[in-house]
Design a protein around this ligand. Structure first.
Ligand code: AMP
Ligand code: MG
Length: 467
């Protein structure tokens, strides 16, 4: 899309969520810098974003090893079973020693008719290519059954087929030495740090976390812990926003609550822009009387006020604050600003649709080369919560001209099929609907009624509320 996000036409007509994401993506591409990086110990790396390409210095696993306890042998030294008859009669082997996890066999290679006792994870001895598991073995000696030691005989019992390479993990089968194990931009999940550890890496380069300034606006908004004055409401948004940000590994500057007064809001925005990579406010962006965020922003940057065809969350301000950051090198001189609607559900839903993808982009989870600017919209949409298709467990209604995000729970219907139900009352001030939500049910624009039993897309919020 060639329109700037500050195009005044966006103020006149409703923007679709996709259009808003598209112009947002283009706007952010113009201020994007590769974040600076630092090296951290692997234990500090979860929740950070990898800043380097990791080439594996070794094969994982490092050696071909047993996946089961049992014996290692060369498959070719066994006869082939004929027409499903058990191999046991022909399969008496002599045990020449043991290869234990951490104590590999260092003696000679196995010859035909020989086997080696082996434990899970122990290196396969030279000459062996196959492992037969303990449960299929019987050890024999002159004294009867024994425990299986060098010099003993072992019989494979009741087995009709042994495949060459069975119960063996090949060296490098997970990650081959010299191959790319991970790319920059990888979000370091528990699995990712596990993989890095398996390569023997004690530290990695990660991007510096973004710093995001947050404040609430509104004369009625009161900090928890204070007496609630007549007409007051406790500040829920700053706490849910700070928690959402921390969950993304963001460093938060909590700037408290600002009254509905243009001078203090613009002073706070100016200050925040010198200290943060992004500034987020909630409240004060609707076309009401006390909308000082808009005029404050006009004084310290460029502002776009969008009416987005979605519920909850119709009004949304996006802007670029002029930054006077000391760190000119990593700054474009402009700091993105999101003015989220004040209703607590709307705050969270707009955060998830727009701010979360923007943060993931700017934090280096996805980098856009200049040449890829055209792909920026797609890139932003990619970072939204994952979508699943489910069956509506009840009839859902919406206004046809906008997307509705109902808070949903996944339940089993009376036939045991998974269906999605709303969490109950859906007002944009009913924050307990987010408390109960496992997903956001997306009722698309153009669909006024979605009947029970029809397929519906949901944005999965994950087991902890937000993925
Ligand atoms: P506004 O967007 O400022 O018009 O606010 C819309 C609604 O959200 C009003 O009912 C506000 O009282 C409420 N609200 C605004 N900010 C907060 C906040 N930080 N926490 C809880 N409710 C809020
Ligand atoms: Mg307000």
């Amino acid at each position: 899309m060639s329109l700037s996000c500050f195009d005044p036409r966006f103020g006149e007509r409703m923007l679709s969520v996709d259009e808003a994401l598209s112009v947002l993506g283009e706007s952010l591409a113009s201020v994007m810098r590769t974040p600076r990086s630092e090296r951290v110990a692997l234990a500090q790396a979860p929740g950070r974003v990898l800043a380097e390409t990791v080439i594996s210095p070794l094969d994982v696993p490092a050696q071909t090893n047993a996946a089961m306890d049992g014996i290692a042998l060369a498959r070719a030294s066994l006869p082939d079973a004929e027409s499903g008859e058990p191999l046991s009669d022909h399969c008496e082997l002599s045990v020449i020693g043991s290869s234990l996890a951490g104590h590999p066999w260092t003696g000679r290679a196995l010859a035909a008719g020989e086997a080696m006792r082996i434990t899970t994870g122990a290196a396969l001895p030279a000459g062996a290519d196959t492992v037969v598991m303990q449960e299929q073995l019987e050890y024999r000696s002159a004294q009867g059954l024994v425990d299986g030691d060098a010099g003993e005989r072992v019989v494979i019992e009741g087995v009709t087929s042994i495949r060459r390479g069975q119960n063996v993990r090949q060296a490098g089968e997970d990650i081959a030495r010299g191959s790319q194990a991970m790319a920059p931009g990888q979000w370091l999940t528990p699995a990712a740090v596990g993989v890095l550890a398996s390569l023997g890496l004690a530290e990695v380069a990660v991007y510096r976390p973004l710093t995001v300034a947050v404040f609430s606006t509104g004369d009625e908004v009161t900090a928890p812990g204070e007496m609630l004055p007549a007409g007051g409401i406790y500040d829920a948004n700053r706490f849910s926003l700070v928690a959402l940000l921390r969950d993304q590994g963001i460093e938060v500057l909590d700037l408290g609550i600002l009254g509905d007064d243009e001078a203090s809001v613009s002073a706070a925005l100016r200050d925040a822009a010198t200290r943060a990579d992004m500034v987020i406010t909630s409240g004060g962006v609707s076309v009401g009387e006390a909308d000082h965020v808009r005029s404050a922003l006009a004084a310290c940057g460029e502002l776009a006020l969008w009416r987005i065809a979605m519920r909850p969350g119709r009004p949304l301000a996006f802007g670029m604050l002029r930054a006077t950051s000391a760190d000119a090198e990593s700054s474009s001189g402009q700091v993105p600003f999101f003015g989220l609607p004040g209703n607590p559900v709307a705050t969270m839903v707009t955060f998830l649709q727009f701010v979360l993808p923007a943060l993931r982009l700017l934090s280096g989870q996805q980098r856009l080369a200049k040449a890829e600017e055209g792909a920026s919209a797609t890139a932003l949409a990619q970072w939204q919560a994952p979508r699943l298709q489910l069956i509506a467990g009840e009839t859902l209604r919406s206004r046809a001209e906008r997307v509705d995000y109902h808070r949903g729970q996944i339940v089993l219907d009376d036939r045991g099929c998974q269906v999605v139900m709303t969490t109950g009352r859906q007002g944009s001030g009913i924050l307990t609907s987010m408390l109960l939500a496992e997903c956001l049910i997306e009722i698309p624009a153009g669909c006024a009624t979605l009947h029970a039993g029809e397929p519906v897309m949901v944005q999965w919020l994950g087991s902890r509320g937000i993925v």
